[in-house]
Design a binder for this molecule. Sequence first.
Ligand SMILES: Cc1cc2nc3c(=O)[nH]c(=O)nc-3n(C[C@H](O)[C@H](O)[C@H](O)COP(=O)(O)O)c2cc1C
Length: 155
Amino acid sequence: MNIGLIIYSHTGNTRSFAGMLQEKITTAGHAVSIEEITITGHAPAQPGKFELDHVPDPAGYDAVILGAPVQAFTLNPVMKAYLEKLPSLSGKKTALFVTKRLPMLWIGGTGAIRIMKTACEEKGANVVGTEIVVWSEKKREQSIEQGAKNLTALF
Ligand SMILES: Cc1cc2nc3c(=O)[nH]c(=O)nc-3n(C[C@H](O)[C@H](O)[C@H](O)COP(=O)(O)O)c2cc1C
């Protein structure tokens, strides 16, 4: 399967997780390309204060995985803007993840995933799994390992 791993990362955590995930899914026998959404303007991105620069096209992939950080207790505005621009994902196998620092998943994490899931399903995606990766000192290693394992098992 040809998988597009489409991410936005501000400080590098989401990018770092995506790299590990790419390795695992590649080992499982799939082709995985990481594509980063980029912006021009103020960072960390605030709603209305940036422009999308590179907008990855999911059309050429059999499946997509979308990943972004939680910011200010919700989904990062760059991924929100990307989701608004997204063309059809009709029938496409789709997995979603966010990275966040605070250990409680329901503070921003579950809401961010809900926003991504709703937006993708509105475009016709078949959302098969979601993960919240906690980037806190205590939980990071375990959360990365488990998140990458769960997402890999979907493909
Ligand atoms: C402006 C800003 C706001 C953030 N707000 C939250 C938050 O509300 N909840 C949380 O758990 N982490 C929050 N974080 C931490 C990031 O979600 C976390 O470090 C994430 O892994 C960053 O991903 P990135 O390095 O790919 O940008 C925030 C970080 C920044 C820079």
